[in-house]
Design a protein around this ligand. Structure first.
Ligand SMILES: Cc1cc2nc3c(=O)[nH]c(=O)nc-3n(C[C@H](O)[C@H](O)[C@H](O)COP(=O)(O)OP(=O)(O)OC[C@H]3O[C@@H](n4cnc5c(N)ncnc54)[C@H](O)[C@@H]3O)c2cc1C
Length: 291
């Protein structure tokens, strides 16, 4: 089977061969610390089988045997066929088990699942990426794709907010991306501390430093729901059409294929209708706090 990324052309996810509910054995190839609670791990197939290609924005179900299974976004380069890469924040039992795996340890993997960032529709346009915290992880494959196909897109602007300088992911890459022509990377933190020389404030405070041309901009947004609400408000105030805004939604899930209903959000299942949605579909539901 080919391990090359298929054309980024639709919301049809490539499916794992065989039963989508059966985890495929994989091995942790590398694990590296990003922050005090967040690690990036690469996995490779345990049995010499090929990895299933993924589209930017899709996720896998990772199974730590005997502990639990959880959805994690694929955050590596979609055109690097050898490994699947994930950045995981340790918040509970399964994520803790995942980030404490050692190189060579086995895990199970299902997927990739879900919809992808609309990178075909964004061709010829400016792309605005707005990320909060771990939300940069599902956006990173989209950034890789745009940088690999730089001529297909106009300006790339990345706005990234984290709690503190110590919580910033992919620091070296963020710096490197900022040097690419027609690419702007702005970072802010909620609390800077004495040694921080950058911006302080929530991610929406960065909008004042960018020039947005709403009729030719596609916005890709991922972060805590409260952050996405304010980002959408800011984008609409600046004239961006709601169908040019795309959000990655997160809900606890079990099956990842629309059987169990755990991840239902209004009429949508985050696992199979999302996680990436145009804001037009999320608008009636995003402001309902109890959902
Ligand atoms: C499509 C998708 C992609 C994701 N991608 C990533 C990723 O790239 N990196 C990453 O670190 N995490 C990601 N997550 C979140 C991750 O799946 C959860 O953090 C994980 O399931 C928590 O499991 P746990 O057993 O460690 O924690 P638990 O013990 O189950 O929970 C610990 C705490 O986290 C809360 N929590 C658990 N799951 C979720 C959830 N889905 N949304 C919000 N709060 C939750 C619980 O309420 C509790 O407060 C993603 C989730 C989804 C749905």
């Amino acid at each position: 089977m080919s391990t090359i990324l298929p054309a980024v052309s639709s919301n049809v996810a490539p499916r794992m061969p065989g039963d989508v509910m059966i985890p495929v054995p994989a091995r942790v190839a590398q694990i590296a610390k990003e922050t005090h609670d967040t690690f990036t791990l690469s996995i490779e197939p345990a049995n010499g089988t090929d990895l299933v290609p993924f589209l930017p924005g899709q996720f896998s179900m990772l199974y730590v045997f005997g502990i639990g299974e959880l959805p994690i976004s694929i955050c590596g380069d979609p055109e690097d066929p050898g490994r699947l890469v994930y950045t995981v924040r340790s918040v509970g039992k399964a994520t803790h088990a995942l980030v404490t795996r050692k190189e060579g340890d086995g895990i199970g993997v299902r997927g990739p699942f879900g919809t992808n960032w609309p990178l075909t529709a964004a061709r010829g346009k400016d792309v605005l990426v707005v990320a909060g915290g771990i939300g940069l992880a599902p956006l990173r494959p989209a950034i890789y794709h745009i940088l690999r196909h730089r001529g297909d897109y106009r300006r790339l602007v990345v706005l990234y907010g984290a709690r503190s300088p110590g919580d910033l992911l992919y620091k070296k890459q963020l710096t490197a991306w900022g040097y690419v022509p027609d690419t702007q990377v702005l970072i802010t933190v909620d609390y800077g501390g004495l040694s921080w020389r950058g911006y302080v404030g929530v991610v929406t405070t960065l909008f004042r430093y960018i020039r947005l041309q709403p009729d030719r901009t596609v916005a890709l947004v991922c972060g805590p729901e409260i952050m996405m609400r304010y980002v959408v408000r800011e984008l609409e105030t600046r004239g961006l059409a709601s169908d040019s805004i795309h959000l990655s939604m997160e809900r606890n899930m079990k099956c990842a294929v629309g059987f169990c209903g755990h991840c239902q959000f209004g009429p949508h299942f985050i696992c199979k209708d999302g996680p990436i949605f145009p804001y037009t579909q999320m608008r009636p539901w995003l402001d309902k706090y109890e959902l």
